[in-house]
Design a protein around this ligand. Structure first.
Ligand code: TYD
Length: 200
């Protein structure tokens, strides 16, 4: 595997899909091969990201348009400050969520997801690869509950997660690959590594 210029790989999936674990496993595997990897995530820890997390934890709903504006503002900052400079420096950037999360989640809140996709692709660097870690929304929510993590009632209801999964399933993007998230973390990692190895 030779990386001659920066690459952007986004991990996507419903809550509890295991994408964050998979991102870390891929980062370790690439680093073991001497590749310069940067890991990052959305929502970020910046001002907009913090506001989004507070909103999610409080269970308080804002209008979907407002929610989308916040995620887009957070992403603008993320791209300008982290993603674009790393790509310019030739690094491999692994991001835990990117604009396809806005397409799926804010689409699931009733906004026209095709429009969010078109405006995102016009505004932000396209990922070289978006890896959709697929598990059923039920399985995902079980995992979220099992890890007893921060309950985010705003985003983590089953009906909502099903709507999110439907948009993910409908996405037509050529750079999107779907990987089954069933099995042990190592099994899922092997599937993902094979795909990345073939493309980098
Ligand atoms: P998540 O990856 O679950 O972060 P963490 O577990 O570290 O808090 O993201 C938080 C929630 O935000 C998740 O339910 C998905 C949602 N989200 C959107 O609705 N739109 C977006 O554009 C992004 C990036 C995330």
């Amino acid at each position: 595997m030779t990386v001659t210029r920066g690459k952007l790989i986004a991990f996507e999936g419903v809550d509890g899909s295991g994408k964050s674990t998979q991102l870390q496993l891929l980062a370790a595997a690439l680093r073991a091969r001497g590749i310069d990897v940067v890991t990052t995530r959305e929502p970020t820890d910046g001002e907009h990201g913090r506001r989004i997390r507070e909103m999610a934890r409080s269970g308080e709903r804002v209008a979907p348009e407002t929610e989308l504006d916040w995620f887009v503002a957070d992403r603008r900052e993320h791209v300008d400050e982290v993603i674009a400079p790393a790509l310019a420096a030739g690094q491999v950037v692994l991001t835990d969520r990117y604009y396809l999360s806005s397409v799926a989640y804010q689409g699931a809140r009733g906004l026209p997801w095709q429009d969010i996709l078109a405006s995102s692709e016009a505004a932000f660097p396209l990922p070289d690869l978006a890896i959709l870690v697929e598990v059923s929304p039920e399985r995902g929510l079980e995992r979220v509950e099992a890890r007893g993590g921060t309950a985010e009632p705003v985003f983590e209801e089953i009906a909502f997660q099903r709507a999110v999964a439907e948009v993910f399933a409908a996405l037509p993007c050529p750079y999107l690959v779907r990987v089954s998230g069933d099995g042990s973390p190592e099994e899922v990692h092997r599937r993902i590594f094979e795909i990345v190895d073939a493309r980098l």
